[in-house]
Design a protein around this ligand. Structure first.
Ligand code: ADP
Length: 594
């Protein structure tokens, strides 16, 4: 792959990975958001119900109290002063029973005439609350409710009110108001470890699980609304600073707006007074979740990339190894083919040499044979001519002797031809041959020469007589004759010639030793002894084929032949031949039955 392509591919992979990580981040963030939303929704439901419940408890109480004659009497101009005392005690009792912070009675001008806290230092009696909406609304519309910081107690509370109607003319005589403290709700939110706010219609936080956030605004307050707040002294002289600001993603940033101070603002409108309850979910854990998912995805990608690189590297290494193996294999093959080529060339050269050697041998052989045949031939010619002349002269006897000589010369030639024929012949029938018998027969053949040379023959038959070897009679006789004749040749010039023949039978073979006390074999020619046409004899005396034929015969019979010089002088030829396993002997038949 070219460099620009690689860069493009890497960039695409990088972009894909970045898109994937962004997707993972988004997905996880959304998941966490959904979970948080679900949780917030549940909590908002719970807290809304609690708040509604807390307020609903007091919803009908003002009207109930306003209908009481004791209460009405306290604000009726026509009644006596004892009524106020009675109303005070009554309201005190009811407030204690109902759990209201205070229940008080205002006359038609907004002046407190009776109150449950009449006996405390913060008693409302004598105070004027005509500026409070709960008073005006009750007088005008028949009911009122309001949240404000108490101007007397400086404690915040929810005020709910109802008018006291004159029985005579149906006109409002005054207002019964109940103040309910809602701090216990805040405390329960705080205990739950959650960030919950309750804001009024102007966005002012009136209850908060964080005390410091109370009486601060979530949105800017319009000047008219601000004037009204001031007029009603709703929050006394609190500055009503901004708590934070809403961001585009629906989150609320508080203070400096750092992530740790950002909240997801999930709100629910309340039925009363345009209030809204806010459940603030800290954004930080959501971002942490998304970040962790992002890191996990990035880690997984990194692991995958590393795995990919490792696999690639491994593949590269494999390819390299394969290439090396292929190079080595090819080199080997080249080497082998060169070896084969060289071997073939060598063989060709050798064959050429052999061919040349053969031709040379053929020349030598031809010369030898020509010489061998020529001498007796010229002898025959001479004897025949002489014989004819002698016959012509009537010398019968002399002529007869010439014919005998011719016959003997023919015999010699016949022997030579036989030798050559044997040389040409390979293989032949193989049958068990008694080696001792053949030795005796050959000795007999050579008996005339042995006697002539005065050779002393010693024959050691060994421990196992009549050993049999597999072969054909003619060739075994040839082997024995050649070896004997060579020995007799070597003994020709020896003063006290001796020939020692020994047979030794081993487990599977028989060893024949033919030793003489002749001049022995020159060490320099020992290795060439069995080569064809190797002879140290004068032309006409030897063809150099005898030992070569012996070697061939022994090899055919799967044996071995070797020549050594004896320490006491003379040569020794040793022939080892495998013993024939006589089938009939093995089957238990007597050997004589042969
Ligand atoms: P040839 O007898 O026609 O020379 P051979 O192959 O029979 O051929 O013998 C080769 C040579 O081995 C002989 O010329 C001779 O030098 C040597 N040789 C063989 N037998 C003997 C022996 N018993 N003693 C010494 N030399 C021997």
């Amino acid at each position: 792959m070219t460099r620009p392509w690689r860069i493009a591919l890497l960039s695409a992979a990088g972009l894909l990975a970045a898109a994937l990580w962004w997707g993972v981040w988004q997905w996880q963030f959304q998941q966490s958001l959904d979970v948080a939303r679900q949780h917030a929704d549940n909590r908002l439901s719970l807290y809304s119900t609690t708040l509604e419940g807390a307020l609903a408890r007091f919803a009908y109480l003002p009207r109930l109290l306003a209908g009481q004659s004791r209460v009405r009497a306290a604000v009726d101009d026509n009644t006596a002063g004892d009524d106020v005392e009675r109303a005070n005690r009554y309201l005190e009792r009811v407030a204690a029973d109902a759990g209201a912070e205070a229940i008080f009675l205002l006359d038609r001008h907004g002046q407190t005439v009776a109150s449950s806290n009449h006996a405390t230092v913060d008693s409302f009696i004598g105070h004027h609350y005509g500026f409070r909406p709960y008073f005006q609304d009750a007088m005008d519309r028949g009911e009122g409710e309001f949240f404000a910081i108490g101007s007397t107690t400086k404690r915040a509370g929810y005020f709910v009110s109802a008018p006291v109607i004159s029985a005579a003319d149906g006109q409002p005589l005054g207002v019964v108001a109940i103040k309910v403290a809602l701090e216990s709700l805040q405390a329960s939110w705080r205990r739950a470890g959650e960030t919950v706010l309750l804001s009024d219609a102007n966005g002012v936080v009136i209850l908060s699980s964080r005390p410091g956030w109370r009486y601060r605004t979530l949105a800017p307050i319009a000047p008219a609304a601000m004037d009204e707040i001031r007029q009603q002294r709703q929050f006394l002289d609190r500055p009503l600073e901004r708590l934070g600001q809403g961001l585009a993603d629906g989150s609320l940033a508080i203070g400096g707006g750092s992530v740790s101070e950002r909240y997801l603002d999930l709100s629910r409108e309340q039925r009363r007074l345009g209030w809204t309850m806010h459940y603030l979910v800290p954004m930080r854990p959501l971002y942490l979740d998304a970040r962790n998912a992002f890191l996990a995805a990035a880690g997984a990608t990194l692991v995958l990339v590393l795995l990919g690189l490792w696999l690639r590297e491994r593949q590269k290494r494999h390819r390299l190894r394969d290439r090396e193996a292929r190079i080595i294999r090819e080199a080997n093959e080249r080497l082998e083919s060169r070896v084969v080529e060289r071997t073939r060339a060598l063989q060709e050269a050798q064959e050429e040499l052999v061919q040349a050697g053969k031709l040379a041998s053929l020349g030598t052989m031809a010369a030898g044979i020509a010489h061998e045949l020529n001498q007796p031939l010229s002898g025959i010619r001479t004897y025949a001519a002489n014989g004819a002349r002698l016959l012509a002269r009537g010398r019968q006897d002399a002529a007869e002797s010439n014919f005998t000589r011719i016959q003997s010369l023919c015999d010699r030639q016949d022997a030579l031809i036989r030798q050559l024929r044997l040389f040409a012949r390979r293989g032949g029938r193989r049958e068990p041959i008694d080696l001792e018998d053949r030795l005796a027969f050959v000795l007999e053949l050579l008996d005339e020469r042995i006697r002539r040379q005065g050779v002393e023959v010693a024959f050691d038959r060994g421990e196992a007589p009549n050993p049999r070897v597999l072969g054909d009679t003619l060739r075994i006789e040839q082997l024995l004759t050649n070896l004997r004749r060579n020995a007799l040749d070597a003994l020709e010039t020896v003063a006290r010639p001796r020939l020692a023949i020994a047979l030794a039978t081993a487990e599977e073979s028989v060893v024949l030793r033919i030793a003489d006390n002749g001049p022995g074999i020159d060490a320099a020619i020992l290795s060439r002894l069995f080569d064809p046409f190797f002879t140290t004899k004068a032309v006409g005396d030897g063809l150099g084929l005898g030992l070569f034929i012996c070697f061939g015969i022994v090899q055919d019979l799967e044996g071995r032949i070797s020549a050594t010089n004896l320490e006491q002088g003379g040569a020794c030829f040793e022939v080892t031949l495998p013993l024939a396993v006589d089938r009939r002997l093995a089957e238990g038949a007597p050997p004589d039955a042969d």
